[in-house]
Write a protein that binds this ligand. Structure first.
Ligand code: AMP
Ligand code: ZN
Length: 115
């Protein structure tokens, strides 16, 4: 828990978030500024700032998070057409919230390479 972190505050219930799934390890919320018809953020309950701050032991929730991503895509009905799981690490990649998270995007055609 980091006191100034928006995702920690959503996890603790201090500020509202539209939670679509949670368990002991991760929470999935609707992105407040969606970039696709389906845009969820997969957030570990443990506060870790970026991908570069991962350490041994984090494999547990990290692998689990990918299973959750696929399950949400299936549940919401956009798994078969295709979806994207994205992590932005540090400023040049577009990271703006310093609590590691993975974007789950679906429900529209997506181009490659990403912008
Ligand atoms: P990133 O730019 O990769 O760090 O992603 C941060 C994401 O968090 C952005 O897509 C924001 O729209 C989203 N976001 C920021 N604040 C909130 C919030 N209070 N509830 C839901 N999503 C948020
Ligand atoms: Zn946090």
């Amino acid at each position: 828990m980091s006191t100034n972190c928006v995702f920690c505050k959503i996890i603790s219930g201090d500020i509202p978030g539209h939670i679509v799934y949670q368990d002991d390890l991760v929470v999935a919320i609707e992105d407040i500024n969606p970039q696709a018809p389906h845009h969820y953020l997969l957030v570990p309950k443990k506060h870790i700032a970026t991908t570069l701050d991962l350490s041994e032991g984090d494999e547990t929730w990290l692998g689990h998070l990918y299973l959750v991503a696929g399950n949400i895509a299936k549940e919401k009905g956009f798994a078969e057409e295709g979806f994207r799981v994205v992590n932005n690490c540090n400023a040049a990649a577009g990271q703006t919230v310093w609590h590691i998270h993975f974007h789950l995007l679906g429900g529209r055609e997506m181009s490659w390479p990403p912008g």
